[in-house]
Write a protein that binds this ligand. Sequence first.
Ligand code: TRP
Length: 361
Amino acid sequence: MRTCPPSHLLSAPTAAPLSDCPCPGADERPVVLTGDRPTGALHLGHYVGSLATRLALQDAGAHRLFVLIADTQALTDNMRDPARVSRCIEEVALDYLAVGLDPARSTLFVQSCVPELAELSMLMLNLVSVGRLERNPTIRAEIRLRGFERDVPAGFLVYPAAQAADIAAFRARFVPVGEDQLPMIEQTNELVSKLNAVCGSPVLVPCQALLSPIGRLPGVDGRGKMSKSQGNAIALAASPDDIRQAVQRMYTDPGHLRVSDPGQVEGNVVFSFLDAFDADKTELEALKAHYRRGGLGDMVLKRRLTERLIALCEPIRTRRLALERSPDYVREVLKAGCLAARAEAARTVSDVKRALGLPAY
Ligand code: TRP
């Protein structure tokens, strides 16, 4: 399992096509790429939406996995407070390592440390209209949420093209993401096919979203999806006490007043969480039937969920605490990841530039 050393790719005279790197045994496995914005610690919504898929793919070993900490993208709506973004980069890296992403098998890197991504974004931006960017449903929703209607930062509006560059630069085939990212994947594929058409050859490859089988996790208040900014999240490295408190305040069925009352399972936050985190599906179905009939109290369910979440989060928390004592190790991981990622992206960007007839002085 080898890739070409970065020295071949970053500083080699470009007379020899870089994609024909002569390194023997280059890793031919299909690429999976995904990432997160560093705006806070990761939470259970991230776990359900994409981290669990990444771990499964990493463990199966049939793909090359790249995971990016999207700091440049986070700045598109945090440019007034860049310190917040930079502080969170290592927080997210700690979460990645604590949850089980393994730098020996996966490449963890930081978006701003791979300037080739910005270069590819600039080229791609010529192939998308402002109108098309404005029609992206995720962007529309985010503009509303952030109150950007009157004055949207240009960098924010165009971040789908930058995200397309993130994905295309690694020739990623699969992108594990939550549902809200589907419009980004669609726009990526539009840009990939337009750029390939201009290049006259399939320099870039189309990608496919890998959606979580569970769908989106609600917030503990049952309002919308779990999100740190909504204050309805449970951190991946939550302590047992945090978990107990969060589960305690979770919504159930407001019509289920007495234990003997029949209860509703659909839209019941505790059941949504059990669906996501309780591996014993037979017992879970029996509990649902009992709840619907009446005679099963919320406390029984909440106790069960608390146990399941502590079993998931406690090892993550313990590993994270240990890693927090080794900041140098975390930095080394990111440094090596950025180097490897840069080599990969540089190869694609130089292929694109060559196909466009741009010089390589
Ligand atoms: N937009 C993603 C999010 O908000 C983060 C992201 C940036 C990303 N670049 C990506 C995800 C490339 C997948 C692929 O979580």
